[in-house]
Design a protein around this ligand. Structure first.
Ligand code: NOJ
Length: 715
């Protein structure tokens, strides 16, 4: 601390503002490049942080300029979007959420941190914690899905994984919880659009993930680009200063999003850059990413009396403290000093393969079409995503190169011994060209099983990738119709694998195929992981972390709906429903089949009555009556039937897993601290209300398939 205070005493205003500035080094760019060439500014101490620079060589060279050639020798903080792996990519976050395993979430973040730190980096702009109930929004791909409780588990695991036990270690990264907050409910699912939600929804759905990240010790937070009911998050004093820093006690660094401070002008809350800079600083934003508003605007804002030097010092102190915690003052070259062992890379690929296989969600499997049978010796592989290794990276790929990725064609050829894979792309992902369909139809005349690889392109989800009608793009439906007809005419079963960064609207497809798999974007080992699933080496165990709508008009469709005074009743017109489509989604939250066939019975809840500080023990017997060993995930939902405010019809509060061989039975036990049954009362403060709570246990968020128990809460 002494060193930091001495430094602060020696710093000029320009040097202080340098510490509050982060500029791109040009590796990847997600917005306008404004700050230009940084080299000279690093030397003169007016740029203190960089993003998008990769590799020990370039990183250490920039670090050398800062440490050895700038007046005060303050090391740089260098960050990158390490969203789901650095060079070795794991499944996209939405896909990884489907694994429902905190250890896996932490482990992939740890491995990503190791790889990125070996490349010289010290900060990851992740985890992304924005709950999304709108698949039109492209960034659904980057987040935890629709459920806030699931989001809290992911937040905790990712922060622990990225930051490790010791933030100053050579393999630890500063995590950045983003985008704070409520970015998911952008109007109409349209990227960067306005957000206007109730205070209750904000607190119940969109803040818990961030609270969990702070409790886990996250050292940085990034406000979202969006506004909330008229106040842009980059200038949100109440949420950033009072809630995040005040109520949650967050003492780390707030780093703006890319150019977000300058965008306060476009939002219409600042007339010029000095005003924008003053608003962001007042809200507690410490680092200005890419808008150069602090360097250019704060000196004028000081003259105008819009900010004080004390406010600037407060932010500089936080930035320098983070650099110190990262060990950058002690050894700025620590990250990237030693190359990783080749075995580490090989092990990471193994991990990527197993996590990718676990992220696959088997949405439909009529007549046990999957796994493939040994007699099915000729597999027809058709579709624009069958031989598309680069697409497997998904919308964020950090330093992952396309060449290092295994697509489905390669994966099946390598893994499925004794099987011949015949391939025709048919059509491109997008575009109008149907000329390849004939060859795909012809191929259907000489195969035993048809595997269609369909979906979005990698960059059709992610940032700036909202889709008003997220179905299969281009001519893919024409390809499906032609090839399915050809296959059916010969009695050939049809399997479809859908790649996407969001639930797609695939009701029509689901009706036409025998088996349907959601493969998200699975990362570097996608093809081998899918071969493991198709070939039966691995039973699918992924569970969708987000509902799959039947039609766009159902959006937002999510499991934790609140009750209505007129619940849907087919016999009563004046009840809450559509005239033209069912209320429920095509596939609910938690849905996912495997190769086992599980039955659940004998739900036990004890004790029958609990106080706020006791724990409820829940047990259920599970039996595998299928022909394959498989893993079952059992979800625990609750419903508070009578409360002072309406409670969601189902709320996820836990889950358990069990792996059983054919014919084997076991018990899943889940512990639920009764305090988890608190909720925000009418005045939005937590209450524990006496009364009966339903305990619902089963395979997916569909009440008709859940076993029902009860517990009585007493004060
Ligand atoms: C803009 C994105 O919103 C954010 O998530 C990302 O971290 C920055 N660009 C930096 O790439």
């Amino acid at each position: 601390m002494k060193r930091i205070h001495e430094l602060m005493g020696a710093m000029t205003l320009a040097e202080k503002l340098g510490q509050l500035t982060m500029t791109a080094a040009g590796y990847t760019v997600t917005g306008p490049v404004i700050a230009g060439d940084s080299t000279e500014s690093i030397r003169d101490g007016t740029i203190g942080n960089l993003l998008n620079l990769v590799g020990p060589g370039p990183v250490h060279e920039m670090q050398r300029l800062a440490v050895e050639e700038s007046r005060l020798g303050i090391p740089l903080l260098i960050g990158l979007d390490i969203i789901h792996g650095h060079r070795s990519l794991f499944p996209i976050p939405l896909g990884e959420a489907a694994v429902f395993d905190p250890q896996v979430w932490a482990l992939t973040a740890r491995e990503a941190a190791r790889e990125a730190a070996a490349d010289g980096l010290a900060m990851s702009f992740a985890p992304m914690l924005d709950v999304s109930r709108d698949p039109r929004w492209g960034r659904t791909a980057e987040g935890p899905g629709e459920d806030p409780w699931l989001g809290t588990l992911i937040a905790r695991a990712k922060v622990q994984g990225f930051q490790g036990e010791d933030l100053s270690a050579a393999d630890a990264l500063a995590a950045v919880a983003k985008h704070f907050c409520a970015y998911g409910p952008v109007e109409g699912g349209r990227e960067y659009a306005a957000v206007d939600i109730s205070e209750r929804t904000l607190r119940e759905v969109h803040l818990p993930g961030f609270a969990a990240a702070v409790a886990a010790g996250v050292v940085a937070v990034m406000p979202s680009f969006t506004d909330l009911a008229g106040t842009p998050m980059t200038a949100h004093v109440d949420l950033l200063r009072h809630y995040l820093r005040g109520q949650l006690g967050f003492d780390g660094v707030i780093v703006s999003d890319y150019n977000a401070i300058a965008e306060l002008l476009r939002h219409g809350v600042a007339a010029d850059l000095p005003e924008a800079a003053a608003l962001a600083l007042a809200a507690g934003v410490d680092i200005d990413m890419m808008s150069d508003a602090y360097r250019r605007g704060l000196p004028v804002a000081l003259e105008r009396g819009l900010v004080t030097i004390a406010q600037i010092d407060e932010s500089v102190l936080r930035v320098l403290t983070l650099k110190q915690r990262l060990g950058l003052f002690d050894d700025p070259y620590r990250r990237g000093a030693t190359a990783e062992r080749p075995e580490a890379l090989a092990q990471r690929r193994q991990l990527a393969r197993s996590v990718a296989a676990r992220a696959v969600v088997l949405l439909k499997n009529d007549g046990d079409t999957l796994p493939l049978r040994p007699a099915q010796r000729r597999v027809g592989l058709v579709g624009p995503l069958a031989d598309a290794p680069g697409e497997m990276r998904g919308p964020w790929w950090a330093a992952g190169v396309a060449e290092g990725h295994v697509g489905v064609l390669q994966g099946l050829r390598e893994v499925l011994d004794g099987t011949e894979i015949v391939f025709a792309p048919g059509v491109e992902i997008e575009g109008d060209d149907r000329s390849g369909i004939a060859a795909a139809v012809e191929l259907c005349g000489r195969i035993d099983v048809l595997v269609l690889c369909l979906g979005e392109g990698a960059t059709m989800s992610g940032e700036a990738a909202s889709r008003a009608d997220p179905g299969l793009p281009g001519q893919q439906r024409a390809l499906v119709e032609a090839t399915v007809a050809a296959a059916r005419s010969r009695g050939v079963p049809v399997i479809a694998i859908v790649f996407s960064g969001r639930p797609l609207l695939v009701s029509w497809l689901a009706e036409r195929v025998d088996a349907l798999l959601a493969a998200w974007f699975l990362g570097c080992e996608a093809g081998r992981a899918l071969a493991d699933i198709l070939g039966g080496r691995v039973s699918p165990s992924g569970r969708t972390p987000i509902s799959w709508p039947r039609v766009v008009g159902q959006i937002p469709v999510y499991y934790a709906q609140r009750p209505t005074g007129r619940p849907a009743d087919a016999k009563d017109k004046f009840t809450s429903k559509y005239l033209d489509v069912a209320n429920d989604p095509l596939y609910p939250f938690g849905h996912g089949l495997g190769y086992g066939r599980f039955t659940l019975a004998n739900l036990r809840v004890s004790p029958e009555r609990v106080g706020e500080h006791e724990t409820i023990e829940i047990a259920v017997d599970v039996a595998n009556e299928g022909a394959h060993a498989a893993e079952e995930t059992v979800f625990l939902f609750t419903h508070d039937k009578v409360a002072s405010v309406t409670r969601p019809l189902l709320e996820l509060k836990g889950f358990g897993k069990i792996t059983l061989s054919p014919g084997q039975a076991g018990t899943v036990r889940i512990r639920l601290p009764a305090s988890e049954l608190r909720f925000l009362g009418p005045d939005l403060t937590p209450v524990f209300e006496p009364g009966e709570v339903e305990i619902l246990v089963g395979p997916r968020a569909d009440r008709s398939q859940l076993l029902l128990g009860r517990v009585v809460l007493s004060t």
